[in-house]
Write a protein that binds this ligand. Structure first.
Ligand code: NAG
Ligand code: NAG
Length: 378
């Protein structure tokens, strides 16, 4: 499935190639990044909010590859948001709950492990219990609380917010995960799609009202390739798997959601011509790794840190739990634990977003630090 963004990419590819090899650094329009989301983007919020540490991501070997210590990130190293910050020459984003609120430099991260797009009350009203209250609304309120430390006057704030890059996710995946983990029917899960999209687009609208001009909104990941789902929904029925070993019906659901999200973003873009609402195609960026793992240097499709089962994953013995070890070389694996990917995978995904075909058609690339372009070298 090609995204609408890929087609636009083809039109601008020549342009980007010319400038990506230039050594001059134009003035970067992004002075800071603000990030919302879940465990794909959390750089320590849940970690700083929970004492004693209560999540398996807060124990070794998490963080072993890059930070050499636990940071609250659910990976062996950096996340997509870290690589985006690096490529813009900005510091790695500090988690809002762990940062000094004075002298905020480079932005802040509001993403929380396990967070949902929808509010807790939405689930409670439907008799569904979920293990988080860190919805997108909660995260957006944190941003509004932080705003007075960034700027004073309304004009000043519009300028500060306008010169920031907003990463709106990935968020919304958990709204579906909590239902799918309980093995609720896909028909029921689908009824949540319009609400999740509304929550995300409302947040985008509100930020644009506060002056935001560049917002990147990721879609859902290929759920059918996720080790957790491959384990929960393991079946003898070969027809349920595609040629890459992913569950077709779950990937179809993610595609369905992503299509709906993209058309809503398109509609929103029409209402806000001065803003850049950019769809980030996490789905195809991640799927490309599973389609041709060796091209990206991955030689093992089992999860790196885990224990037992066909995918080296067992939900009752998570990475970070006592006795569960990491593989020798995480860079050879796409999956780090059952849900999250390795730093090696996140790096390639980030490159694919910034330099590659996974969208960001109007993302200003002129100020990117001239680092190695890896797999997306022209
Ligand atoms: C806001 O105004 C106060 C008082 O003039 C000043 O001390 C502070 O630095 C300002 N904050 C920002 C973020 O500009
Ligand atoms: C998963 O881990 C639990 C707890 O360590 C263990 O009792 C169980 O046998 C494991 N299951 C598989 C399939 O390895």
């Amino acid at each position: 499935m090609r995204s609408i963004c890929e087609e636009r990419w083809i039109a601008i590819v020549g342009f980007v190639v010319v400038f990506s090899s230039a050594t001059i650094l134009a003035a970067c329009p992004y002075k800071s990044i603000f990030s919302f989301g879940d465990s794909f983007a959390d750089t320590g919020n849940l970690y700083f909010s929970s004492h004693p540490p209560s999540h398996h991501c807060f124990f070794p070997p998490y963080g072993q590859t890059f930070f050499h210590r636990v940071t609250g990130r659910c990976s062996d190293g950096r996340l997509i948001i870290d690589f985006i910050a690096e490529s813009l020459g900005l510091p790695l984003l500090k988690p809002y709950l762990g940062m000094k609120k004075k002298n905020v430099v480079g932005g802040a991260n509001f993403a929380v492990i396990g967070a949902t797009a929808l509010d807790l009350s939405f689930f409670e009203e439907r008799g569904i219990s979920i293990p988080t209250h860190y919805s997108l609304t909660v995260q957006l309120n944190w941003f509004k609380e932080l705003l007075p430390s960034l700027c004073n006057s309304s004009a000043d704030c519009h300028e500060v917010v306008g010169n920031s890059l907003f990463l709106m996710g990935e968020i919304g995946g958990n709204d579906f995960n909590y239902l799918l983990f309980q093995q609720r029917s896909i028909a029921e899960v689908k009824t949540f799609v319009p609400y999740v999209i509304k929550a995300i687009t409302s947040a985008v609208n509100e930020l644009i009202g506060l002056g935001a001009r560049t917002l990147i909104v990721p879609g859902n990941i290929p759920l059918g390739c996720s080790i957790t789902y491959l384990t929960i929904y393991e079946t003898m029925d070969k027809n349920q798997y595609d040629q890459y070993g992913c569950l077709k019906w779950l990937n179809k659901f993610a595609e369905y959601y992503n299509q709906k999200l993209q058309s809503e973003l398109h509609r929103l873009q029409g209402l806000h011509s001065h803003a850049n609402i950019i769809y980030a195609d996490y789905y195809n960026a991640i799927l490309s790794l599973y389609r041709d793992p060796t091209m990206f240097g991955f030689t093992n499709l089992k999860t790196c840190c885990g224990m037992g089962g066909p995918y080296n994953y067992n939900a009752s013995a998570d990475c970070g739990d006592p006795g569960v070890n990491a593989c020798d070389d995480p860079s050879k694996h796409i999956g780090w634990d059952g849900v999250h990917l390795t730093e090696a995978a996140y790096r390639i995904i980030a490159q694919g977003l910034i330099k590659g075909p996974y969208c960001l058609p109007r993302f200003n690339t002129l100020c990117l630090i001239n680092t190695s372009y890896g797999h997306f070298n022209s």
